[in-house]
Design a protein around this ligand. Structure first.
Ligand code: GLY
Length: 354
């Protein structure tokens, strides 16, 4: 088992561990001090095998109840947050109760946001079951919901008490979801570590062994933890993690309104190609590296092109919560393994690259 500590520089009381390994659910009690909690509510979704939920309930040794949500990004709404709040109230939860999110990024976001606001905030534990949530969404403390067609418009920053990444949960993960998770892994290489980028794009997601996956997840978690620990609330450095996300979030939100919704990693893959081209147009990234980026994503089995009206994408980009004073600033690449934040790009150039 590997253990990575997230140290929040501005608030050391929020430090928490991330455990990565196999068979971790069964020994949850030895990883986290559960005994200090009065009771727990497990938030999960319909895709999670009931045997997994039962294993967790047995291992907990704490009065608990379960809320099962529908699955999919469309569920990340206020209605589901209310469902969790109501479950917490109905189960008699108090300020010493714990929310345990067992599922992908959507479950982690809904359960985390509900916990961070219930009785002005109670603790939550993340047990991510998709590769994407394991390498990205479960750590860093961003929790929230989509509103008015805009990704993550409402949310909070609250760090979990711990993240438990049990690789066993990946054994039932559909291949499309596994590949989607690799988009964020590849992003970590692109923004921070060329050697890591070359490693994770050297073969297809499904060709990596379990041991190799543990190494990869650990490295991605470490890259993110190093960034988040220095800038929890995304004042500057954390924006590095947004490479591919300005266009990616617009594409993702639009795809949710269509009959072909993209997974988060798929939308981010398209976003990274377009923002890679933007980096090239602005003279930051060479033609050759831009081509390497695109080919790596194609080889990984991720989508790299889109067929959506440019005006609609631009409108979504304009309503991105990352914009300030109406300006669209991007995180772009200065080379593979090195990103740069706050690059102001005008509409003409965005249109051109789209
Ligand atoms: N997913 C990017 C971040 O957590 O900042």
């Amino acid at each position: 088992m590997k253990k990575i500590n997230v140290h929040i520089k501005t608030n050391r009381q929020q430090d928490y561990p991330i455990f990565i390994g196999v068979g971790l659910l069964e020994k949850i009690n030895s990883l986290v001090d559960i005994t200090k909690y009065s009771k727990a509510v497990i938030v999960t979704d319909k895709n999670i095998p009931s045997s997994l939920v039962q294993n967790l309930q047995t291992a907990l040794g704490l009065p608990n109840s379960v809320v099962v949500l529908e699955s999919g990004e469309q569920q990340k709404d206020l209605e589901n947050v209310q469902k969790v709040w109501k479950a917490l109230k109905d189960f008699g939860c108090d300020r010493k109760s714990l929310v345990i999110n067992l599922g992908g990024g959507v479950v982690g976001d809904i359960g985390g946001f509900a916990a961070s606001t219930f009785m002005r905030g109670i603790d939550f534990l993340q047990i991510p079951t998709t590769l994407l949530a394991q390498v990205d969404a479960s750590s860093g403390g961003k929790v929230g919901i989509n509103l008015l067609g805009i990704k993550n418009l409402v949310g909070t920053f609250q760090q979990p008490i711990a993240v438990i990444i049990d690789i066993d949960t990946l054994s039932t993960l559909p291949q499309r979801e596994l590949i989607s998770g690799f988009a964020e892994i590849i992003k970590h290489g692109l923004i921070a570590d060329k050697e890591y980028f070359l490693l994770v794009t050297s073969k297809k997601a499904q060709e990596f062994s379990q041991d190799e996956l543990i190494e990869i997840i650990s490295k991605s978690v470490q890259i993110k933890a190093d960034i988040v620990s220095q800038d929890e609330k995304e004042s500057d450095l954390r924006k590095l993690l947004n490479f591919g996300h300005t266009i990616g979030h617009a594409v993702e939100a639009m795809s949710q309104e269509s009959n072909k919704p993209l997974l988060h990693g798929e939308a981010i893959s398209i976003g990274m190609v377009i923002e890679g081209k933007l980096s090239k147009i602005l003279g930051l990234l060479s033609n050759e590296e831009c081509e390497i980026l695109e080919q790596a994503l194609i080889k990984a089995g991720l989508p790299t092109t889109l067929d959506l009206p440019v005006d609609d994408i631009l409108e979504k980009i304009k309503s991105d919560k990352k914009n300030v004073k109406g300006e669209t600033k991007f995180t772009l690449l200065e080379g593979i393994g090195k990103a740069i934040i706050n690059k102001l790009v005008d509409d003409f150039t965005i249109r051109k690259v789209l």
